[in-house]
Write a protein of this length. Structure first.
Length: 285
């Protein structure tokens, strides 16, 4: 098992100006993977990321950031194309830096929550399928997978559960399109987190390990023993990445609803979480 840390734990936006320090820092903390979150693609070049990661001895995972201008299920075709273009940029970056996938809630804009009649909701799903199939085909040509992340009901109205994520994957119908599961969101939406992981099965491409309050894994009530057992049951051997957010960046704190400190420091959150994950996932089946 490889363990990763999201750039969001410490910085926003991520870019060439902070990648060397960040890659070195996560390596010193004991992580194997740096997950880079691409808020502004203009700040990030593959060469700088690859050089920094190689120097630090860490792998790279690429995660997208899907705001209102990157909505792949928008009713306006030009807006959908803009979202697909952004996703293609992330795919090109992933191919250049050696990330096996681009991950994130790429079917819609985060924060879009609307009560819609079923026919309008179905149209939204159809647009998401159309956009993601085009992006998935582009990714497949470059040896990159897409890992689609269900979010909780307060952050999206389209894909909240593993079941809904699997349905979307089946409609896209590409072998390189699967799921990113996040324990923070599953804690809200799933009846059973381990059962949901087992339901994902071979579609699970990436995994975010987050406590129920987005703090350090092991500091709350997520059933980590059961989570680890479920991952072993389906043979998941991809990265397990801690995702949290720094309250020092006000725009991110507001977007992620981080109204209070989740640990004494961001380093402590990462270190304690990593220590817990290594212990849990190292246990025999």
């Amino acid at each position: 098992m490889r363990y990763g840390a999201s750039s969001f734990i410490w910085v926003s936006p991520f870019g060439d100006d902070n990648v060397a320090d960040l890659a070195r820092h996560v390596a010193e903390l004991g992580f194997d993977v740096l997950e880079i979150c691409i808020e502004d693609p203009g700040l990030v070049t593959g060469g700088a990321v690859r050089k920094a990661a190689e120097a630090a001895g860490v792998g790279v995972s690429v995660c997208g950031a899907f705001g209102p201008d990157r909505d792949l299920s928008h009713e306006d075709a030009d807006m959908r194309r803009r979202g697909v273009d952004y996703l293609r940029t992330c795919i090109d970056l992933a191919a250049e830096v050696g990330s096996p996938h681009v991950a994130g809630p790429m079917y819609s804009a985060v924060g879009k929550t609307r009560l819609l009649p079923e026919e309008e909701r179905e149209q939204q799903r159809g647009w998401a399928v159309e956009s993601l199939r085009a992006a998935g085909e582009y990714a497949g040509e470059r040896g990159v997978a897409l890992a689609i992340e269900p979010l909780n009901r307060f952050e999206t109205d389209l894909v909240n559960t593993v079941e809904q994520g699997l349905e979307l994957c089946e409609r896209i119908d590409l072998d390189n399109v699967g799921l990113l599961l996040d324990t923070f969101h599953m804690n809200i939406e799933e009846k059973s987190i381990p059962d949901a992981i087992r339901r994902a099965g071979g579609r699970l491409r990436h995994f975010h390990a987050c406590e129920n309050d987005r703090g350090a894994p092991g500091s709350g009530h997520v059933p980590w023993d059961d989570v680890a057992t479920a991952c072993r049951d389906i043979g998941y051997d991809g990265p397990v990445v801690i995702e949290s957010f720094t309250a020092q960046v006000k725009s991110i704190a507001r977007a992620a609803a981080i109204w209070r400190p989740l640990a004494v420091s961001q380093d402590e959150l990462a270190e304690e979480g990593l220590r817990h994950l290594r212990k849990i996932f190292a246990q025999p089946a």
